[in-house]
Design a binder for this molecule. Structure first.
Ligand code: ARG
Ligand code: ZN
Length: 878
């Protein structure tokens, strides 16, 4: 999108609302096709707004029935109304009551924004701009009101009527209908409103808060799925306790509810007191959920719960500030998981995910700052940059100012801004104040897009006993930002001596570090009193989200992989050696030269499978090679996904051959584990076992395939079953087809399990995958109206299958583009997300690049593009 496009909403144009709404009384009369919504709003002019302004309310596909001010219905000439807007030219200049009646059709709402009906239940999704699909409103996050909600519906279909806050009243409403009244005393923006009505089962417990209040904790699921709710319920209670202990934040209503719904555009939503979840992130039992599912559920439950303070009690002034709640809340959920499970492993997993999604986004045409300056469609900014890079920025802040100042800053923020709609500047000011630091340069992390590239040169002077580290940083150009300034980059550094111990860090005769803030384009650190050349351990614990290249040798790295006291860098060192080897293999292959080998990599990987290694989760991370995407990003341009796939497969096979004995021994040792438990230690053991199996079956080795088949057939839990199937699915074999057929027969009645079956087939790097995916789309198990189905099949193919999406004939691109066009009309948000598969298309080799561009151009030329899809294709082609 060009900068001058008039459709853009700009941060620079922010001005306060001309009116405020103090209370909202909603009356929602449910009907599948004609739900009637009566909104009584107490409105008053905003002293900070413009005088004598018209009252302009937002709408989206709305039908107005009537509008009245202080009880007097307005004539047609007093208002201007369309589905998108209700404007009142001359409203009273003091407080007044505005009553609006609208009629909506929840069954026809396939966009899953606003009020929609799926599987006979009613659900709302209002973030970011869905409330305006329920009633005309000042649908912006800086208008905070107290809501009272009366819901009425047919007792047989909707015995359960939920909204935000505390239940005030409930009972029969006559003619076979019931009603409930909910009151939420906490002023909130409209995006946090929620309503759920249906026939659901409740699984509940209680939680006693720090100050001794008893809170009801309730999870709602479909009848018959009650046995899959306890894990989520327990995760809520553990999140509540953790937020009290670590951030001093207590829950503030009598009840906290989580509802699992089958049709949901995103992961979950933090509506006040009534979180709505994609059922995939609630339902878990050993027979149906993998270890990864358990971990995701715990993390997302925590994330949405933590929003109660970071997002709900303190919300965003405008949508440009989205990272104020999202980056901070991701940081908080990552910390929760780190305290609950293994901190180093969580860090490694988060960095892998950051690189895969955010670094990729940051390197291509969709790059944008953590706080964007302009948007055409806000739904397209719920991105890895806002969320995950947003969390990295918070983590850097903590590293830079130290944990005590960070805690003091958070406390000040909660104290000062509770009940307000805030900006990033207000948030950062709290930390500047408590730390006495100037955080002006730090703000660049919010303004500048692109992943900083840090290049390190080192030099040891044996005579002077100095070790010099020169760090150069450069932020690449991104769309709309051709030139950049150096950011403040916290580089946590250790110098590891030959004995593996950290040397004391001395600069200018005084103890220094370990945090060094790089603030210039080039920084030189001269470490003194260094008796022997050390191995530099840089950016420990991934202290900044940068792309690092160093002059460390493979010898240095292999030494660090064994000896670094920082577990993250122990892992990273091995990955860097593997990545270098993979890039060299790709180069050799494209040049027709023999594959370069790095036999010492096998030693590093062997350590992961050694019986003496007791941290199985960490070992599994060490054993896992960099992904094909990692290699593609390292290469950066003229990318050939087939060559990368071949190189990685060859390295894997090479390692499997070198380590055949230890791998088989490790698998045998780990395979029998007794009864299933989803706890972290057991999950770790399974992760390492699967890693061994994955190597053993590399290249379709018959022995490994046989082991995978045996694990599949004898599986007592979903992790083993799905992981064995995953291993089998990598190569075409009879065992693969048999296992896929068996999985389908076992689980065909469970859509979340069929999603796993879809995903495995859609991600297989096999030439018939596209045909298979197309065929699966025509089976009854697929439903294009359900985002989970679409993501598992089409999303996984587009974003999780580098060779087949990037087929040289371009058919992969054409397919994803075609599905996005089909969904453009019914669910534009999901359509736009599918097109995220194209975020790195410019880095491809010319033939594929041409085909990808043609597919994008075909979408751009299609008639009737939604704002969501239009925005993505325009920027992708930009
Ligand atoms: N606030 C939610 C979360 O992070 C995400 C909701 C986004 N929804 C949307 N339609 N853009 O948990
Ligand atoms: Zn969130």
């Amino acid at each position: 999108m060009r900068a001058e496009d008039p459709q853009l909403v700009r941060l620079a144009d922010y001005r306060p609302s001309d009116f405020l709404i103090d209370t909202v009384d909603l009356d929602v009369n449910l009907d599948p096709h004609a739900t009637r919504v009566t909104a009584r709003l107490k409105v008053r002019p905003n002293p900070e707004g413009r005088e004598n302004a018209a009252l302009a309310l937002d709408g989206d596909e709305l039908k107005l029935v009537s509008v009245a001010i202080d009880g007097a219905e307005l004539e047609a000439d007093a208002i201007e109304v369309s589905p998108e807007r209700l404007s009142i030219a001359n409203p009273p200049r003091g407080p007044f009551e505005l009553t609006i009646v609208t009629k909506i059709d929840p069954t026809a709402n396939t966009r899953l924004m606003g009020l929609y009906r799926s599987n006979a239940s009613y659900t709302t999704q209002c973030e970011a701009e869905g409330f305006r699909r329920i009633t005309y409103f000042l649908d912006r996050p800086d208008v905070l009101a107290v809501y009272t909600t009366r819901i009425e519906g047919p007792t047989d279909e909707t015995p359960l009527l939920l909204s935000n806050g505390n239940l005030m009243e409930t009972g029969p409403a006559g003619r076979g209908r019931s009603y409930a009244v909910w009151h939420d005393p906490h002023p909130k923006p409209s995006y946090l409103f929620a309503l759920v009505a249906g026939d659901l089962a409740k699984v509940s417990d209680t939680f006693v808060t720090l100050s001794g209040r008893t809170v009801a904790v309730e999870v709602f699921v479909e009848h018959g799925k009650e046995d899959r709710a306890p894990y989520a319920l327990d995760a809520i209670k553990r999140s509540m306790r953790w937020d009290e202990e670590v951030f001093g934040r207590e829950y503030d209503l009598d009840v906290f509810m989580v509802v699992a719904v089958s049709h949901f555009n995103m992961g979950a939503m933090e509506n006040k007191g009534l979180n709505v979840f994609n059922d995939k992130y609630v339902l878990a039992s050993p027979e149906t959920a993998t270890d990864g599912d358990y971990a995701n559920i715990e993390a997302i439950i925590a994330h949405e719960y933590f929003h109660n303070w970071t997002g709900n009690r303190i919300t965003c002034r405008d949508w440009f500030q989205l990272c104020l709640k999202e980056g901070l809340t991701v940081f908080r959920d990552q910390e929760f998981t780190s305290d609950t499970r293994s901190r180093p492993v969580k860090r490694i997993q988060d960095v892998r995910a950051l690189r895969a999604a955010q670094f990729a986004e940051d390197s291509g045409p969709l790059a944008h700052p953590v706080r964007p300056q302009a948007y055409a469609e806000i739904n397209n900014f719920y991105t890895p940059t806002v969320y995950e890079k947003g969390a990295e920025v918070i983590r850097m802040l903590k590293v830079l100012i130290g944990p005590e100042a960070f805690k003091a800053g958070m406390d000040l923020y909660f104290d000062r801004h509770d009940g307000q709609a805030c900006t990033i500047e207000q948030f950062i000011a709290c930390f500047a104040e408590v730390s006495g630091r100037d955080l002006g340069q730090f703000m660049l992390w919010y303004h500048q897009a692109g992943t900083p590239e840090v290049t390190i040169r080192t030099a040891y002077d044996a005579a002077a006993k100095t070790f010099t580290v020169t760090a150069a940083q450069r932020v690449p150009a991104t769309p709309g930002q051709p030139t950049k300034q150096p950011a403040v980059v916290p580089m946590v550094t250790g110098l590891v001596g030959p004995d593996g111990a950290d040397m004391p860090l001395v600069i200018a005769g005084a103890p220094a570090g370990p945090v060094f803030a790089l603030t210039e384009a080039e920084t030189t650190l001269v470490f003194e009193q260094v008796p022997v050349r050390p191995a530099a351990s840089l950016f420990r614990n991934f202290s900044a989200p940068v792309k690092l290249s160093t002059d460390l040798t493979d010898d240095d790295l292999l030494f660090l992989a064994k000896s670094d006291s920082d577990p993250f860098n122990r892992w990273q060192a091995g990955q860097t050696v593997a990545l270098r080897n993979l890039v060299a293999r790709v180069d050799a292959q494209r040049a027709g030269a023999p594959a370069p080998e790095e036999p010492r990599l096998a030693e590093a990987v062997a350590r992961a499978f050694d019986p003496s290694e007791t941290d199985h989760a960490f070992a599994a991370q060490v054993a896992a090679l960099p992904s094909e995407g990692d290699v593609a990003r390292e290469i950066g341009e003229d990318v050939d996904p087939d060559a990368i796939h071949a190189a990685r497969a060859a390295l894997k096979l090479d390692l499997a051959r070198r380590l055949a004995g230890p791998l088989a021994a490790a698998f045998e040792r780990l395979v029998d584990e007794g009864p299933y438990s989803p706890d972290a230690a057991s999950a770790s053991r399974r992760a390492l076992k699967i890693s061994a199996l994955d190597y053993l079956a590399a290249g379709g080795a018959p022995d490994g395939v046989a082991r995978a088949k045996a694990l599949y057939d004898g599986a007592t839990n979903m992790t083993d079953r799905i992981m064995a199937l995953q291993v089998l699915s990598l190569s075409a074999s009879d065992a693969r087809d048999a296992a896929l057929a068996d999985f389908h027969d076992r689980y065909k009645s469970d859509p979340l399990l069929i999603d796993k079956w879809f995903l495995i087939q859609a991600s297989a790097p096999l030439p018939d995958t596209l045909d298979r995916v197309r065929a699966l789309m025509t089976t009854p198990a697929f439903d294009i109206r359900n985002p989970n189905r679409v993501r598992s099949l089409v999303g996984a193919f587009g974003s999780g299958n580098p060779t087949q999406f990037n087929r040289a004939d371009g058919l992969g691109y054409a397919f994803v583009a075609e599905v996005a066009r089909e969904l453009n009309g019914t669910n534009p948000q999901v359509a736009a997300r599918l097109l995220g598969a194209f975020k790195t298309w410019r880095a491809l080799e010319p033939v594929r690049r041409g085909k990808a561009e043609a597919a994008l151009r075909a979408v751009a030329a299609a008639p009737g593009l939604s704002p969501d899809v239009g925005d993505i294709v325009r920027r992708a082609l930009g």
